[in-house]
Design a protein around this ligand. Structure first.
Ligand code: MN
Length: 231
């Protein structure tokens, strides 16, 4: 059998320090995972973790040292940045205890969970799914994946974002409400995790809107910088 049409290339992210690519299978995201961000969204920050997803081909791969570009999406007038630590899964597993979760981590990357905030908030109010606000095309810019063998386990470190050179987000990975290992424990209770699964772990406070022409630069200690221009 052949495919009825060319399926095109797999979405894939370069693995830093190698000439290999990490093929993306799924993109999971954690909602409201820093207390002060939950509060700025109108919540207390005291709830079990919850998840949403983006399609794998929502990734916009930005090579090290380069500036990526994302189009300003349709049907929004309130496009927000959310700087996040991304965890790349490297082993298959279900019901993974937090104490063993690090064994399932392939590596880490910098990511932006771009959000049509106006749509997301309207959908939330109506009790509808978030896809239109979160899972749209080009909504998941990502930098190279740094293997855990080179970074070690990331449980702390500065996470920040500058918009046009002005600091907007400024926090620490240790402030995650559900840390990476706990997130993997919860998520793997709902889904079998597989190599190729990315987890956007949540954003700290300070989210805000961008407009065409803006430059977003964000980072996490040890992972360099992610630079994205809004076209
Ligand atoms: Mn997010």
């Amino acid at each position: 059998m052949t495919y009825a049409f060319d399926p095109g290339p797999l979405p894939a992210v370069p693995v830093a320090g190698t000439d290999t690519l990490y093929p993306v299978r799924r993109i999971y995201c954690v909602g409201r995972n820093y207390v002060e961000h939950a509060q700025e969204m109108g919540f207390t920050g005291r709830e079990p973790p919850f998840f949403f997803a983006k399609p794998a081909d929502a990734v916009v791969v930005v090579a090290d040292g380069e500036t990526g570009a994302i189009p300003y999406p349709t049907r929004t007038s309130n496009l927000h940045y959310e700087m996040e630590l991304v965890v790349a899964i490297g082993r298959r597993g279900s019901d993974i205890p937090a104490a063993q979760a690090a064994q399932y981590i392939f590596g880490y990357a910098l990511g932006l969970d771009m959000t049509r905030r106006d749509l997301q908030q309207e959908l939330r109010k109506q009790g509808r799914p978030w896809e239109l606000g979160k899972g749209y095309d080009h909504s998941a810019p990502i930098g190279p994946i740094h293997p855990i063998a080179s970074t070690g386990e990331i449980t702390a470190g500065h996470i920040w974002l500058d918009l046009n050179g002005e600091r907007k987000q400024d926090s620490d990975i240790r402030k995650l409400i559900w840390n990476v290992n706990e997130t993997i424990e919860h998520l793997s209770g709902y889904f079998e995790l597989n190599p190729g699964d990315l987890i956007y772990s949540g954003t700290p406070e300070g989210v805000g809107a961008v407009k065409s022409g803006d430059l977003i630069v964000g980072g996490v200690d040890g992972l360099g910088e992610l630079r994205v221009k809004v076209a």
